[in-house]
Design a protein around this ligand. Sequence first.
Ligand code: ZN
Length: 132
Amino acid sequence: MTSLSDFNVRTKGQTDWINITGEVQKAVAASGVREGICVVFVPHTTAAVTVNENADPDVPRDVNLALDLISPDRREFHHSEGNSAAHTKTSLVGPSLTLIVTGGRLLLGTWQGIWFNEYDGPRTRKVHVRVI
Ligand code: ZN
C-alpha cells in the first residue's frame, strides 16, 4: 500500500517555523499503512523540513539565531534575487525526512516534532507526504 498526499503551509515573516506533525500524522493515518516509511518532501529552494523539539518555543528561535550566524546576508553574494542566505540555510537543513511508521503512527521521540522551516517568507508553501 502506498499513499501520496500534500498540503499547504502559510508562513509568516521572512523566517518562520511551523509545526506540521499533526498534518503529517493525518496523512499517515489516511494512508492505511501500519508498518512502513513516511517520506516528507518540501519542493522549495528557500524552505526546508526538520525534526526538532516541540516543547520549548525558544528552541526554534535559538536554532534560527544559530543559522543566522552561520549564514548571514553578505554583500559578496552574486545571486540577483538577494536571498542567498535563505538558499544556504535550506541546504544546511535539507528538503526531506524519512520517518518510521509503526502501529499506524509516526515513531517520534517524546520531545520531537516535525517542523516546516521558512527562510524567505511570507509565502504559501507546499509539503508532499508519501507513505509506503
Ligand atoms: Zn533565490
